[in-house]
Design a protein. Structure first.
Length: 308
């Protein structure tokens, strides 16, 4: 076989960082990352972005050298992604925070509201119910992180976790402050509104969990091969008939129901931002499916059936 020569340049300065000689044609980008790591131990594989062009997309680990649009002397570009942290750790940190922050407000800590003993509990049952639902949501997320999720990308930049935690933790504190405030007023339509919201909440949580399990089953035995998700015998997965990312659809439904349950403006704002962000993610994933699979169902929408 004809061996390849691989030159790796800095993506900004175009300075040559290394020259790999006699690289096998069927070498993967992952193997090239490992070769580069031997020469530069501080840049471990997860920290490396290897590209065909300085401002192009990072090449995937499984891509093979001889299948790339390069000659036998290939020029690749390296970008330092910075310190990385595993996705499991990221989610555990992001989701544990809101769980415990909410309790600070629910138990009416004196340093939060500055109240005497008369105001240490709420007369409204919906406040207790909201705490149970909020806790259930994040406990479910933690369980899924440990036992269900299979991540296609092993890490994320460490700097991003600060932004993510500010978002999740900050909103948890804001909405918890108002829901557990001594002056909080319950929903306008009373028990009917609350009961409707609780049923909707539980259905969406069950649906979200079912989709995560179905997506996890597509990647058994550690496979990273992307497949088209299809509905299973579980009725909650039938939303796959209509949308590419029903997990996001159910997630938004969960927060809409929590908004209805609490009738609280900060919860509504959080729900709106969740919907915007998840729509962006859903559209990206939908486009990826369409690009990678020629037989991808044409009637599916990214997140909302028949609309969006």
């Amino acid at each position: 076989f004809v061996s390849y020569q691989v030159e790796i340049l800095d993506w900004e300065t175009k300075k040559q960082l290394c020259f790999l000689d006699k690289v096998e044609p069927n070498a993967t980008i992952r193997e090239i990352r490992l070769m580069f790591h031997k020469l530069y131990p501080r840049w471990y594989p997860a920290r490396q972005a290897i590209k065909l062009h300085p401002k192009g997309k990072s090449l995937r680990d499984e891509e093979i050298l001889q299948h790339l649009p390069v000659g036998t002397t290939a020029t690749l570009y390296f970008k330092d992604l910075g310190p990385q942290i595993g996705w499991t750790t990221v989610f555990l940190i992001e989701y544990t925070g809101p769980l415990f922050i909410y309790f600070l407000f629910y138990f009416r800590m004196t340093f939060v509201y500055g109240l005497d003993e008369r105001f240490t509990s709420s007369p409204h049952p919906v406040v207790n119910l909201a705490c149970i639902c909020h806790s259930f949501h994040y406990i479910k997320r933690l369980i899924e992180t440990v036992f269900v999720h299979r991540f296609s990308h092993g890490t994320m930049p460490l700097r991003k976790i600060v932004k993510n935690c500010l978002y999740y933790w900050g909103f948890a504190a804001w909405l918890a402050y108002y829901i557990n405030h001594p002056l909080y007023t319950p929903p306008s339509y009373g028990k009917k509104q609350i009961n409707f919201a609780v049923i909707m909440f539980l259905l969406c949580e069950a649906g979200n969990f079912s989709i995560h399990v179905a997506l996890s089953d597509l990647r058994r035995n550690g496979s990273k091969t992307r497949k088209i998700p299809y509905p299973t015998k579980n009725p909650f997965t039938w939303l796959f008939f209509f949308v590419s990312c029903p997990n996001y659809t159910y997630e938004v439904g969960t927060w809409i129901s929590f908004t209805i349950m609490t009738q609280c403006v900060p919860v509504g704002l959080f729900t709106l931002l969740c919907f915007i962000q998840m729509t962006v993610w859903a559209k990206d994933k939908h486009c990826t499916y369409q690009r990678e699979f020629k037989d991808y169902p044409s009637h599916r929408m990214p997140i909302i059936p028949f609309l969006l």
